[in-house]
Design a protein around this ligand. Structure first.
Ligand SMILES: [Zn+2]
Length: 253
């Protein structure tokens, strides 16, 4: 019997079986997770796999691949790609020269943009991706486990968790560490899959958010908010569109 990362409840209901994995949902707050969690330490490259877009595109069929590539190109041109969204938010919230940490920075695509305005640090568990990021963005990349890395408490004005939280089987510890790493008044920006979206209700086991066993935990807007508030974040701004697979949450220390 495991304890819920959000509400400490110990009662769970099995909701889906996908491939050989069970997804369970907390009876109290609706937080969902793979149970038992897969052993992740042996395969660090999976943490950031979805950040290497090329690798994902290769898995798709011809028309799907074309559509994904066109969508990506359109988003890049209009500034609505993942990196653009986070860059514009940070530019609104923080002054130029602010200290930014991107956790799970992957191949450095976000940092390559963010370094134009901010002092950036990245941390990446995969050595392969970490060295790609260092080459690409030309900034400090710490390679290793975020939970044990010494990044300096109270050092950062802004921290980004872009499509990473769903990969971490101790999300409460990750959020706490982010809180400790932020300066007072600093902001944490999160993008994660939204278990509460309509797409998941309609598509059930076939929902794209269920990337098992890579995605181990699944929040909805209310339990993510609850976890952040419990951790000590005081001001929260959540955006979750019913038909989007992802949600965003900005939280201030
Ligand atoms: Zn719970």
């Amino acid at each position: 019997m495991t304890t819920c990362s959000v509400c400490r409840n110990i009662k769970w209901t099995k909701v889906y079986r996908i491939k050989d994995w069970d997804i369970e949902r907390c009876d109290v707050c609706g937080f969902a997770k793979i149970d038992p969690p897969p052993a992740r330490e042996s395969r660090p490259e999976f943490y950031s796999e979805e950040k290497v877009i090329g690798r994902n595109i290769k898995r798709l069929s011809g028309p799907q691949r074309f559509s994904r590539m066109m969508k990506g190109a359109f988003k890049k041109i209009t500034g609505q790609d993942k990196s653009g969204i986070f860059y514009h938010k940070l530019s609104r919230y923080l002054s130029a020269g602010a200290e930014i940490l991107d956790i799970g920075c992957g191949d450095g695509s976000f940092l390559d943009l963010a370094k134009r305005r901010f002092n950036c640090t990245g941390i990446e568990i995969s050595e392969y991706l970490g060295s790609m990021a260092a080459r690409r963005a030309g900034i400090r990349i710490v390679t290793g486990d975020f939970f044990t890395a010494d990044l300096g408490p109270g050092k950062f004005d802004g921290i980004t968790l872009i499509s990473l939280l769903e990969h971490l089987d101790r999300p409460e510890a990750a959020v706490k560490k982010c809180f400790d790493l932020l300066k007072p008044g600093g902001v944490l920006l999160i993008k994660t899959v939204n278990y509460g979206c309509v797409n998941r209700v309609i598509k059930k086991e076939n929902w794209t958010g269920f990337r098992v066993p890579d995605h181990v935990v699944y929040f909805n807007p209310s339990n993510l908010k609850r976890l952040l508030e419990m951790t000590g974040f005081s001001r929260l701004k959540t955006s979750a569109w019913p038909f989007s697979d992802n949600m965003y949450c900005d939280a201030w220390k």
